[in-house]
Design a protein around this ligand. Sequence first.
Ligand code: ZN
Ligand code: ZN
Length: 429
Amino acid sequence: MEGALAISGAGINIRGMSKSFVESLQAYARLAVHVGVNLQKGQRLMVRAPIEAAPLVREITACAYDAGAPLVSVLYHDDQLSLARFQHAPKDSFETFPEWQADALLACAKRGDAFITVSGTDPDLLGGQNPDDVAAAMRSGQKHMAPFMAYPMSDRVAWCVISMPIPAWAAKVFPGMSAEESQLKLWDRIFTTCRVDQADPVQAWKEHIANLQLRSRYLNERRFHTLHYRGPGTDLRLGLPAGHIWKSAESVSTSGITFVPNMPTEEVFTLGDRNRADGVVKSSKPLNYGGTLIDDFSITFSGGKAVQVTAKKGEATLRKLIETDEGSARIGEIALVPHSSPISKSGLLFYNTLFDENASCHLALGKAYRFTLEGGKEMDDVTFANAGGNNSLVHVDFMIGCPGMDIDGLNEHDRPEPIMRNGEWVILT
Ligand code: ZN
Ligand code: ZN
């Protein structure tokens, strides 16, 4: 709790920033409420956050009430309670899930509430626990949460994921510093990558969103049939289904609210054809999956399905992830991020998908976002699958971008057109 104490006092200054820390925290909260979920007058807000995020959540709450929210609800969680479960709970109990949580979130989604998630966990929290127990708990959680998750996954509600440095995470990113120093440093990086340090953060976001939209619009006009990735340890062809839609930054909810689901965001993304992935892809950053680190891994695909995996670290967890269900062995998301993105340029490994995925081209195993396929939101599971869309309990992003990565877009006659060279955009430059 030292972190919460360190950030709750007014007047702490972060090096190189003119605004006080508290002002930055308030600006960050405003971004989450006004740009992130774009909260509407009369709309309720549900916040999910680690207990260490309390000072930030209080700012978000105040801002949401100022914006006219009739009610802000908060669900806090605590890494140490998750750990205690794996250390002390009966071995046969890991399928047990607090149904009331899933029911409450589903009720909020049905009412059209907005959802802010503050992500922040210890990347090594469950590294020493039995992978079978961790997988059982995760699978049960995913199963119980599936009816709720269908809402954000198909943009039926406005939602936004932001982050904050909890002590264990900050220590992992900046080892060898005091707890307070590493957290302030990580705050500084989060504020920079989320443009909180700009004179007018809301305006800065508008310009950033417009830039990303230029590329997604261009890719949508090209209607590529296949992408071909080549780089160190990677030679992969990924099919794009007919009707795929490249998206970036902004989404629109069913009720017409424009929102930004991820802050930061640097990606332009779509879905892959569940039956057309062939070749091998090598990871370029470690993957934190449910508290276990998977590192230095390769996945070989054939006919869309992962048929072989190797990992220097966390191979058992990677296998468990891929074996979750039929769709977890297939690609649900394809995302392009230039190697020169601000997050990549920071040179840091964040051990947090929200940041690391925005530093690097990535793919996701599992569920595809319905809104990345024309008519996808209205399709049932079978129709979506027949159109090439993948379905699964999981959606796990893993990073593959690197300075040596070349990506071509191919039309149906296999005629290539360069999209990226050496990890950088070669379109619209
Ligand atoms: Zn992504
Ligand atoms: Zn993703």
